[in-house]
Write a protein that binds this ligand. Structure first.
Ligand code: KIV
Length: 271
């Protein structure tokens, strides 16, 4: 794998160029300084401070409970570890759907208090006023369509979205509206690969897929899933690159044993 080290800092323009040249965009979630520093140094293009922090960091069942203050805490930690990647932060549930002024206030807090580079909002036509107001303030916006987890109680299930023609048509229309509004990119979550291909090819802005097949302009995974920290979540779309759960368990068991056996610390490990 070659990481383009000539690029000092990834910007929304870089992502646009990557789409034009056919270079796929890599994106991963992060929620803290230490992992963000590793991912950035490894050459990831985009770090998403996802509201999936609600699940994987706080242990909630859904993304709904996480607050704007909590997202700001995670995002400001991530930013301190990043030199090169573009950092995108999710606006949490309830911080932008109500009215566009509130949406702008939430996005401004994220940008001012974290130093992040862009925000992401879930939804299409119904939130376009909020998106336009945020963009008018000079804040880059990424869209998110398909399985939008903040609407899980409306969907009732985490299964693939837009399999039916009516929902697929709404998604096509929403994608066009988000592009016309000025979004710099679009996450497509858990939709049929052929639909994602069609949308990706019809848009000038890059699409980033999760469970949306190989034709998207980039891919995103939640770090806990990719690294095998969370072993209960095994959807078809997930490729697990490590079994960190097993490795950490083995290491900690080893440490416990060494402490109990009075093996740790030894003579060299003390002052
Ligand atoms: O919150 C998140 O992690 C996300 C990704 C799944 C795209 O929105």
């Amino acid at each position: 794998m070659s990481v383009n080290r000539e690029v000092k800092r990834i910007t929304t323009n870089t992502l646009q160029k990557m789409k034009s040249t056919g270079e796929k965009i890599s994106m991963i979630t992060a929620y803290d300084f230490s992992f963000a520093k590793i991912f950035d140094a490894a050459g990831i293009d985009v770090i998403l401070v996802g509201d999936s922090a609600s699940n994987v960091m706080a242990g909630h069942e859904t993304t709904l409970p996480i607050t704007l203050d909590q997202m700001i805490y995670h995002a400001s930690s991530v930013i301190r570890g990043v030199e090169r990647s573009l950092v995108v932060v999710d606006l949490p549930f309830g911080s932008y759907q109500g009215n566009s002024k509130e949406a702008l206030a939430s996005a401004v807090r994220i940008m001012k208090e974290t130093g992040a580079h862009a925000v992401k909002l879930e939804g299409g036509e119904e939130i376009v006023e909020s998106i336009k107001r945020i963009l008018a303030a000079g804040i880059p916006v990424m869209g998110h369509l398909g399985l939008t987890p903040q609407s899980i109680y409306k969907f009732g299930t985490y299964t693939v979205r837009a399999k039916e023609e009516a929902e697929a048509n709404k998604l096509r229309n929403d994608a066009r509206i988000l592009q016309e509004s000025g979004c710099f990119g679009l996450v497509l979550e858990k939709i049929p690969a052929l639909l994602a291909k069609e949308v990706s090819e019809s848009l000038a802005i890059p699409t980033i897929g999760i469970g949306a097949g190989k034709h998207c302009d980039g891919q995103v995974l939640v770090m806990h899933d990719l690294l095998g920290i969370n072993t209960e979540f095994k959807p078809r779309f997930l490729r697990q690159y490590l079994n960190l759960h097993e490795q950490v368990t083995t290491a900690v068991k080893h440490y416990i044993k060494d402490v109990k056996d009075r093996d740790f610390p030894n003579e060299q490990e003390q002052y």
